[in-house]
Design a protein around this ligand. Sequence first.
Ligand SMILES: C[S@@+](CC[C@H](N)C(=O)[O-])C[C@H]1O[C@@H](n2cnc3c(N)ncnc32)[C@H](O)[C@@H]1O
Ligand code: SF4
Length: 397
Amino acid sequence: MIDPVAHYLRPGTLQLAALPPLSLYVHLPWCVKKCPYCDFNSHAAPGGPGAPEAAYLDALRADLEATLPLVWGRRVVSVFIGGGTPSLFSPESIDRLLADVRALLPLEPLAEITLEANPGTFERERFKAFRAAGVTRLSIGVQSFDDAALQRIGRVHDAAQARAAVAEAREAFDTFNIDLMYALPGQTLAQLQTDLDTALAFAPPHLSVYHLTVEPNTAFAVAPPVLPGEDLASDMLDLITDRTGARGLQRYEVSAFAQPGHRCRHNLNYWQFGDYIGIGAGAHGKLSFPHRVLRTVRWREPAAYMQHALAGNAVSNQHEVARRDLPFEYMMNALRLREGFEMADFGARTGLPPSAVQAALQAAQAKGLLQFDGEHVQPTARGFDFLSDLQAMFLQA
Ligand SMILES: C[S@@+](CC[C@H](N)C(=O)[O-])C[C@H]1O[C@@H](n2cnc3c(N)ncnc32)[C@H](O)[C@@H]1O
Ligand code: SF4
């Protein structure tokens, strides 16, 4: 149960002059089947009629209602409906979800509203119906346009369905994203190049390209496939940066490439250490108050989540971020951005003085990992290549 709001407004050692922009993340946890590399909170849809959409929407609404006192009077700049496979939900359900969100929260008039969609989970015209429901941006989980590669990573769709999904997204939306993964089992540089060229031929406004990682507790961790080595993976990243750059897509974050004006505002808010309400099974949230930063997690199992949310008790864990952990948490996000950040923003978002990170900034600068002129901090190319080493320098700084 969330404690009374006064508890979060009491004095503390942090001084946040103003609260950051607020986003909303909504987690829809079901998929057709679980992919062998995936450690997201996603579950094969239950048999019979599929996901219990109406009951889940009731739970989401109750969850959001119970959260409102913590964000009273704040406007929401972006919404991200992620999963799982949100495109398994019917357009009518997405329409109801967004109607509930609009009824409960003041959305900015031009709020970005993204929905994640998987190829092969829709009939024709479904994307247009999502658009009509108020979704402004579609993010399509393509991963690869190569049938053999898709099979090796256990995807339920084939390359033709991937191309059809992107073509339909392009028709229905002003802006959309394609998710690709690279360093796939057995993948060669030439195969990656074909994948990239296929993606780029659709002139995507936004492209996210992730290095496939073998996560603990996945089928790939139990039976690991043969993956490209470090040198090949590094050549692959160079190829990705070159080819996207040549097509006018700027690498503005480690894995994100965008045409001018098409950066993902929702993800940018995460990386700039903004606030977000996270509703839905296992969703994470971060909320700031004048003297503290709170992190929340919802019940992870969909059935348990629905039961608890309907009882007004969707949050399974929450904690105040300790003052000494804030520098690292901030840098884990902001140093992912190619353009870096202003020290004034560091102060505004963490409530800490510049002295909290001064020594670490100077040490990182001496190692050639970042540039710092007293006001602006930017990772160097080397810092970007060794990002986790750079971020680790801010651990308990
Ligand atoms: C929330 S996930 C799932 C989105 C959607 N359900 C799908 O599978 O297409 C968002 C993206 O993370 C990436 N991803 C998931 N697991 C990954 C892994 N183990 N390594 C690298 N990227 C991963 C995929 O590109 C995926 O599209
Ligand atoms: S479809 Fe996406 S969320 Fe679902 S299991 Fe596969 S990678 Fe994970």
